[in-house]
Design a protein around this ligand. Structure first.
Ligand code: AMP
Ligand code: MG
Length: 300
């Protein structure tokens, strides 16, 4: 699903068969279970409709991964697949799902880290978050570790980690001792120079964990890192974060005992649009470090 099957969106970011396929399957599953629910997802079928070979490949993949029951209902057409993708074109409101079908597409293309991120937001607060990280080692620093982690957080009920097959491994808790920073692998997606300065001021000696996608929230929740910072890249000072890039990770960290705000200490506002217009950057910590990080930031 990687190699040649990538197209560029108008903002020049890559999109693959997997982005479209994942969005079609997940939006269909939500519509089957909750027919009246709204989904706000990253992709739409516009560019796909203009690319017949890619459309055919996406349709083949989606058919392959649909349940036997769904397949028996009849032939799945490209039109069905586009309609399922476009179920993600919902409006932000009192209650909605937000989906990033492949978060960290650049990591996916490098065959590195990526996540499938789904959150349910009610009155502006994330109530449920699921992060599927198929390539994330279960033990971060062990080279032969089994890969594939599913992080599930429910408001008031904690965060648990599962295998991809759905076997619960354990409840997760942030760490007081993990003196380590997590940041994006992509240098243009943040301000690494400043992130590292902040980590040094906090006395963190370990090299940063640079990985793609919301897997970073997973590793803060799991206690592999105590801090994830994402400041706007100096080349794009007006960049505003997308809701589907943070909502699922946000609750995964909070329910594991951590804290998440923007770089100014403001709560992330999921109701201001598909991009968080009133927020700047993101800071996720183990909780106890949070105020210290914000005060180092405000002094810079
Ligand atoms: P990560 O792998 O943590 O860098 O997150 C991937 C996400 O970064 C993508 O889903 C994009 O929505 C987002 N992104 C793209 N360009 C930028 C940028 N200039 N600054 C911050 N995030 C970005
Ligand atoms: Mg994303």
């Amino acid at each position: 699903m990687v190699s040649s099957d990538t197209i560029q969106k108008s903002d020049r970011s890559p999109v693959t068969i997997a982005d479209y396929g994942s969005q079609a399957l997940i939006c269909k599953a939500i519509a089957d279970a909750f027919p009246h629910d709204t989904v706000v997802a990253e992709e739409n079928s516009q560019s796909l409709k203009q690319n017949t070979p890619l459309m055919e490949r996406v349709t083949n993949y989606v058919t392959r991964f649909l349940s036997v029951e769904a397949q028996q209902k009849g032939n799945i057409t490209s039109r069905d697949v586009c309609d399922w993708i476009d179920l993600g074109d919902g409006e932000i409101g009192d209650s909605f799902w937000t989906l990033d079908p492949i978060d960290g597409t650049k990591g996916f293309l490098r065959q590195d880290q990526y996540a499938i991120a789904l959150a349910w937001i009610v009155e502006g607060e994330v109530q449920l978050g699921v992060l599927g990280c198929p390539n994330l080692p279960q033990q971060l620093d062990m080279s032969n570790s089994e890969r594939g982690c599913l992080f599930v957080a429910v408001r008031g009920e904690g965060t648990s980690i599962y295998t991809l097959k759905g076997k619960r491994i354990r409840e997760m808790c942030v760490s007081e001792n993990a003196s380590r920073l997590a940041e994006s692998y992509e240098s243009t997606h943040g301000d690494s120079t400043t992130h590292i300065k902040i980590a040094k001021k906090l006395g963190m000696q370990n090299p940063p964990i640079q990985i793609d996608s919301q897997a970073k929230y997973g590793i803060v929740a799991r206690g592999d890192a105590s801090l994830y910072i994402r400041l706007p890249n100096p080349a794009y000072p007006d960049y505003r974060e997308c809701i589907w890039d943070h909502a699922a990770g946000h609750i995964v960290v909070e329910e594991a005992g951590g804290k998440v705000t923007d770089a100014n200490g403001r709560p992330l506002n999921y109701l201001s649009g598909r991009r968080m217009q009133n927020n700047r950057g993101v800071v996720a910590t183990n909780g106890s470090l949070h105020e210290q990080v914000l005060s180092v930031l405000s002094a810079m």
